[in-house]
Design a protein around this ligand. Sequence first.
Ligand code: SAH
Ligand code: SF4
Ligand code: F3S
Length: 521
Amino acid sequence: MNEEQRKHQTENVKSDASSTKTEKDYSKYFQSVYIPPSLKDAKKRGKEKIAYHNDFGIEERFRGLGEGRKFYIRTYGCQMNEHDTEVMAGIFMALGYTATNSTEDADVILLNTCAIRENAENKVFGELGHLKSLKRERPDLLIGVCGCMSQEESVVNKILKTHQHVDMIFGTHNIHRLPNILHDAYMSKAMVVEVWSKEGDIIENLPRVRRGEIKGWVNIMYGCDKFCTYCIVPYTRGKERSRRPEEIIHEVRQLAAQGYKEITLLGQNVNAYGKDFDDVTYGLGDLMDELRKIDIPRIRFTTSHPRDFDDHLIEVLAKGGNLVEHIHLPVQFGSTDILKIMARKYSREHFLELVGKIKKAMPNVALTTDIIVGFPNETEEQFEETLSLVREVGFEAAYTFIYSPREGTPAAKMTDNVPMEVKKDRLQRLNALIGEYAKEAMKRYEGQIVEVLIEGESKNNPDILAGYTRRSKLVNVKAPKEVIGKIVKVKITDARSFSLNGEFIEEGVIGSEFLEGVEVE
Ligand code: SAH
Ligand code: SF4
Ligand code: F3S
């Protein structure tokens, strides 16, 4: 929390505490909170030490705020946002609200938004448009916008101008202030805007309601300092801050004791874990080496940055056990020239060398990636370098995106001579190539016995159960419902483009992807 925010907060508390008015009277005098975002401030990286707190609690005056009220949260974007939603759901429940799955039923609707590409933002503005009529019918309904889009000035201005039915806007750094923000929104007639442009400290004891009881997310760090020139995340999520290892280990142990089967460690750039500690030298490799001793079947992490992926981590991951043989390693582009302009701080050669090291240490590894197509002034030759890199690595899957300029980032200022039709055509060619490799990877499963964590009924057929292998392959299998939440052995009978079909054998952990291992060239 910076000085301005602290001052604001104490002022707010003082004015509330000194008021003797009833809620009704009070609303007339209430000055609604207005702290808009600033991308310029969000760009700054200070040297202040991050403090860790364990003192979150619901203030007496907010107790019961949610009695008889229901909340609904719609989440856009990455796992980080999904996990923030779990925290906000936890805060709502602590305030006495109950959850609902329908906007019609809800007394508070929150949109937890993503700013990564323009189309992500358009979806949110579309949804806000739909909610307008709901608000007209039920003026008591509270509508809030939070998450990464709230951190952008242009978004807040647009909402102020054209979506006056929104009651509150808050950002990614102050979700622990949800009780105050809700309270302010109930009291105020004007829109409550409280967005911190600078990250706060780490609060360890925030409540959370996890989405399921099989797989759990655990944040290991927050923020990103990489400032890739196309990316908005360093502005929306603040500077890199790592949680202390003992807190992470404790949380994973707790989840293991509660029966969770799989943990995904979260961070925008998990390979920078621990770089901000000034008292110990401790990195992701050290953390994984501790976590692999915990009795839980599977541990994954996302997302890796190739630059900080070190040999120690590779050595630890190669030990296997509960550390799965799947690494999501976004490369973004295949040409060193463009990687340089993107400020990824590695070359094509360095990336390929890293992949070589990983494959050597983990012969069964599945590598997946993210790729951007149509970066400003990308030439056909440069694009073809991306294609040849995909061939050289043989990624088993990839998320591919057409570059989307983000206001405030350096790349958004670059002129761009590549027409949209060319970008779309390149995306299609890339997807076709990746599809071939994905198909080949799936084909290799036919006849193999694999380990599957059964998550529930298949989306299309309730008689079939579905789950994932350690290398994140979706498997559909006919099996008794009792195995939901358990790890089972399945013989793969046929491979589809995005999933595998198989026959149930028995319950049991294999501890590697395949019962008898396959050789990967
Ligand atoms: N921290 C992760 C990425 C998070 S964003 C990492 O560095 O790998 C997820 C993906 O969105 C990125 O990997 C990138 O491929 C894509 N992306 C980010 N900014 C983008 C933009 N402006 N336009 C198109 N795609 C973008
Ligand atoms: Fe964005 Fe780059 Fe940070 Fe990933 S590492 S979140 S792409 S700035
Ligand atoms: Fe989107 Fe924010 Fe995640 S921009 S991808 S929700 S960190």
